[in-house]
Design a protein around this ligand. Structure first.
Ligand SMILES: Cc1ncc(COP(=O)(O)O)c(C=O)c1O
Length: 390
C-alpha cells in the first residue's frame, strides 16, 4: 500500500458534501454513502477558483464563434505534449461536454440502420448514443483474465458486419480502467483501416493515469494513415473535477470531420459557457500541481482498495485500474447477483453503479468511485465487505 503525507483531500465530511448540491450526494437518503457517479469529492483547485472569481468581475457576453483562440492554442499545445502532434485550430471544436460529442459523432458519421461497434462493459452513454438514434449496437465483450481486461481482436473481427461504419473507443477505458497499450491500439487501428471505419476515441480520462500504467498513446497518433478517420474527444472534467461547468472538445487531424459533427448538431448543441472556458484555461495553465497531488492521493486510494479487497474479499475478481478512480467488481457469484446494486443499497446503505447499465451481460458487476477521502473510502469498503459476506 502506498503511504501519503496528510492531504487536504483527507478532510471531507458528508455534511459538507451534501451541500455541494450534486447528484451523487443528493440522489439517495442521508444514511447512504454515495460512491457512484464519476466525479471527485475534492474541492476544485485554487488557481481555477481564482480564475473564475476574476472572470466574474467582467461582462459575460457571447464567446468567439469558432471557439476561444487562447484555449484552442493551449489545448493544441497540451495534446502535442501528450503525443497528438500537428493539430491545427480548424481541427478543434468546443462542446458543452464530452457526451454531446459521442452523440454528435453517431449522428454525423452514420445513418439510421447503420451499426456502430464498441466494446463492453462501457460507460453507458456510449450505448445510448448508438441506440437513441436508431443505430444498431454492435457490442463486443472485453475478455477478463488475471492480467486484467483485454481487447478480443478475434471477437471484433467476427462481429464485423458490412453496415458497421463507426468504432467507438474509450481510452483509458471506463469502467475497466485500462490504458490500451500501443500494440493493442495498433491492432485496433489496422482493424479500422481494413474495415473502412470512422473512429471516435473518448480520451477524457487520459490525465488520470497512474505511474505504473502503460505508455499512453492517443489513438489518433498510432498510425499516420489512420489520423484522418479519428475524432478524439477530451475535456477537463475528470482530471479537474469540473463536470458541473460542462465543456469538452472534439479534435481531429481532419478538420472536415469536426465540421461534420458541428453541422449535424448545428443549432441544437449549446456552446461552451464563458466560465467553462475560463476554467479550462486555468486548468491548463496552472492546474498541474493540484492534478499531481490529486493523482498521488487517488493512487494511494487505488492501492488501499486493492489491499482491502485482497484481505477482506479475495474471492471477488478485481483488477486495479491503470487510470482513473473507478473500481469494477465482479460479484456475479454472489447469491444476490441478480439485484446486487439494490441489495448493497438496502443492506449496506452503499450506492454503487449497477453493472447492467454498462452492457446487458454485466448484471452482477458494480462500479465503485474511490475519489473521496481515505476515511470515507474505508467506510464504503467496510459496508461492501459486510454486505457481501452477508
Ligand atoms: C468516458 C467518459 N466520457 C464522457 C463522460 C462525461 O463527460 P461530460 O460530462 O463532459 O459529458 C464520462 C463521465 O464519467 C466518461 O467517463
Amino acid at each position: 500500500m502506498t503511504d501519503t503525507a496528510p492531504s487536504p483531500h483527507d478532510t471531507l465530511s458528508p455534511e459538507q458534501l451534501r451541500h455541494a448540491d450534486n447528484i451523487k450526494w443528493t440522489f439517495y437518503g442521508e444514511d447512504v454513502l454515495p460512491m457512484w457517479v464519476a466525479d471527485m469529492d475534492f474541492p476544485v483547485a485554487e488557481p481555477i477558483l481564482a480564475a473564475l472569481q476574476d472572470r466574474l468581475t467582467r461582462s459575460i457576453g457571447y464567446a468567439q464563434v469558432t471557439g476561444d483562440p487562447v484555449l484552442k492554442a493551449q489545448l493544441i499545445a497540451k495534446l502535442a505534449r501528450d503525443g497528438l502532434m500537428n493539430l491545427i485550430p480548424e481541427g478543434v471544436g468546443f462542446l458543452p461536454g464530452v457526451v454531446p460529442g459521442l452523440y454528435a459523432a453517431v449522428q454525423a458519421l452514420t445513418q439510421p440502420g447503420d451499426a456502430v461497434m464498441t466494446v463492453v462493459p462501457i460507460y453507458p452513454p456510449f450505448l445510448s448514443a448508438i441506440t437513441d438514434h436508431g443505430r444498431v449496437l454492435n457490442a463486443v465483450a472485453l475478455t477478463e483474465s488475471k492480467e486484467g481486461w483485454r481487447l478480443d481482436m478475434a471477437a471484433l473481427d467476427a462481429a464485423m458486419t458490412p453496415n458497421t461504419k463507426l468504432l467507438m473507443l474509450c481510452h483509458p477505458h471506463n469502467p475497466a480502467g485500462r490504458v490500451w497499450t500501443r500494440a493493442e491500439l495498433e491492432g485496433l487501428a489496422d482493424f479500422a483501416l481494413k474495415h473502412d471505419l470512422w473512429v471516435v476515441s473518448d480520451e477524457l480520462h487520459a490525465d488520470l493515469r497512474y505511474p505504473d500504467a502503460p505508455e499512453y498513446v492517443p489513438f489518433a497518433a498510432v498510425r499516420p494513415e489512420l489520423a484522418g478517420r479519428v475524432v478524439t474527444l477530451t475535456g477537463p472534467c475528470k482530471a479537474y473535477n469540473t463536470a458541473g461547468l460542462g465543456i469538452g472538445a472534439m479534435v481531429s487531424h481532419n478538420p472536415e470531420l469536426v465540421a461534420r459533427l458541428e453541422k449535424a448538431t448545428h443549432g441544437i448543441m449549446g456552446h461552451a459557457s464563458a466560465l467553462s472556458i475560463t476554467m479550462w484555461q486555468a486548468a491548463l495553465s496552472s492546474g498541474a500541481e493540484w492534478l499531481a497531488e490529486t493523482l498521488k492521493y487517488l493512487q494511494a486510494n487505488r492501492d488501499f482498495v486493492s489491499a482491502f479487497m485482497a484481505r477482506e474479499l479475495p474471492e471477488v475478481p478485481y483488477t486495479p485500474p491503470q487510470a482513473t478512480y473507478l473500481a469494477w467488481f465482479d460479484l456475479r457469484s454472489h447469491p444476490r447477483a441478480a439485484d446486487i446494486q439494490k441489495y448493497l443499497l438496502e443492506e449496506a446503505q452503499l450506492a454503487l453503479n449497477d453493472g447492467l447499465n454498462f452492457g446487458s451481460d454485466y448484471q452482477g458487476f458494480v462500479r465503485l468511485n474511490f475519489a473521496t477521502s481515505r476515511a470515507l473510502l474505508q467506510d464504503g469498503l467496510e459496508r461492501l465487505a459486510r454486505a457481501v459476506k452477508g
